[in-house]
Ligand binder design. Structure first.
Ligand SMILES: NC(=O)c1ccc[n+]([C@@H]2O[C@H](COP(=O)([O-])OP(=O)(O)OC[C@H]3O[C@@H](n4cnc5c(N)ncnc54)[C@H](O)[C@@H]3O)[C@@H](O)[C@H]2O)c1
Length: 376
């Protein structure tokens, strides 16, 4: 297997996680990086043992040994840097959001396709085995229609002083664009794009917008709420994403989730799906990350009983709780998800597959939903 050579543009906080993730890869290696801040270059030289460090993207792109470029600069720079990299003939892995406007992503897609280059974006939750279980539940329609989902994302801001670029709309695009796209992409993957949506911003006293609340309306009546608040210390952050199906409540915990519990009305056939088929599939989804399952019987009926909800009838033999837990801590899971995304792009570059699992079309759709929330 050919080992592809990658380079990171922007050697800041997240570049460290990317570098640590790639260090454990056998199909990609990181050979170069660039930043405009000299200390960042020195830190990377020491910490990652990297020698080819450039002080501009132009110099980095002129390096003929680099196969693909990872763009990990500020969101407002992604589009211009993506163009430069594609024009220089490099495949590109984008940090999210990939651009501040959907039209820019459309142009990047066009450029990449015209040059026969591969691109992907770092929507890490797509790699998480727990979200794969939810995806299967939606695709196989195991618990009927999804009527409701609610995200409660209490994120940390202790590393985000008021002068940080995160708070500057011109540089980050705001919370919906910089951060919300992860969750919009996830829901688009699970159930398609919303028909409409709207959002509100709740500013802090000093004018910073640190909380946003939005609602998206999907086909067949599903209503999804999104709340993001950047108000907590890192040690006290919490994320809950709950999904309500006709015959199940599924709760997923953690921004990088490590547990999923499903409280459901089941038959023997559904129990087998959850305890064998889906568990097996999820266990082989993210290399290096295993899964365990605990079950608890909440109620049991003699034979199959008929229940009614929303005018529909269905049969169930029991109500039971299924709790799936990942075998690693969230940082290991985080790195594994980043690594898997980059290796998936590598598989597309080496023509083992036509296109990566996560594409710039997905990035554009996620940004389209962020724009709905922004009211533009
Ligand atoms: N996928 C994820 O889970 C995840 C998590 C965190 C951050 N991110 C994304 O990663 C990106 C970077 O975030 P961060 O927290 O590392 O930010 P950061 O501010 O720590 O790092 C950005 C780096 O880019 C450098 N830079 C600025 N202009 C440059 C230029 N012209 N050429 C080269 N380098 C330049 C800065 O000097 C800095 O070192 C953002 O897009 C963010 O949304 C993704």
């Amino acid at each position: 297997m050919k080992v592809l050579s990658g380079a990171i543009v922007g050697l800041g906080g997240f570049a460290r996680i990317i570098a640590a993730a790639i260090r454990e890869s056998r199909r990609v290696s990181l050979i170069a990086g660039c930043d405009i801040v000299p200390e960042r270059l020195n830190e990377f030289r020491k910490e990652a043992g990297m020698e080819r460090l450039y002080d501009s993207i132009d110099k980095l792109l002129a390096d003929p040994e680099i196969d693909f470029v990872i763009i990990a600069t500020l969101p407002a720079q992604h589009y211009d840097m993506g163009r430069l990299a594609l024009e220089a003939g490099k495949h590109v892995f984008f940090e999210k959001p990939g651009a501040l406007m959907p039209q820019q992503l459309a142009k990047l897609i066009e450029l990449a396709e015209s040059k026969g280059l591969k691109t992907s974006i770092d929507f890490v939750m797509r790699r998480n085995p727990l979200y794969l279980i939810l995806k299967e539940i939606c695709s196989l329609n195991i618990f009927g229609l999804l009527e409701r989902a609610a995200l409660e994302n209490y994120a940390h801001d202790d590393s985000l002083p008021p002068e940080h670029w995160f708070w500057d709309y011109e540089k980050s695009g705001g919370i919906w664009v910089e951060h919300g796209v992860h969750f919009f992409d996830l829901v688009n993957w699970l159930m398609g794009m919303p028909k409409r949506g709207n959002g509100d911003k709740i500013p802090r006293g000093n004018g910073l917008i640190d909380r946003v609340l939005g609602t998206a309306y999907h086909d067949k009546g599903a209503v999804i709420s999104y709340y993001h608040g950047f108000t907590k210390p890192e040690a006290f952050e919490k994320t809950l994403f709950s999904f309500v199906f006709e015959r199940a409540y599924a709760n997923i915990e953690g921004w990088i989730p490590i547990s999923l519990s499903i409280d459901a009305m089941v038959t023997a056939e559904i129990e087998k799906l959850l305890m064998a088929d889906l568990l097996m599939k999820a266990r082989s989804f993210l290399p290096g990350v295993d899964l365990s399952l605990e079950t608890k019987l909440l109620n049991e009926w003699d034979g199959e009983k008929t229940f009614k909800g929303r005018g529909k009838s269905y049969g169930a033999t029991a109500r039971a709780e299924f709790t799936y837990r990942l075998s690693c801590d969230r940082w290991e899971v985080y790195r594994a998800c980043v690594r898997q995304g980059i290796e998936d792009l590598a598989a597309a570059i080496t023509a083992e597959k036509e296109s990566p699992d996560v594409t710039l079309y997905d990035a554009k759709k996620a940004l389209d939903v962020a724009c709905m929330m922004e009211g533009r």
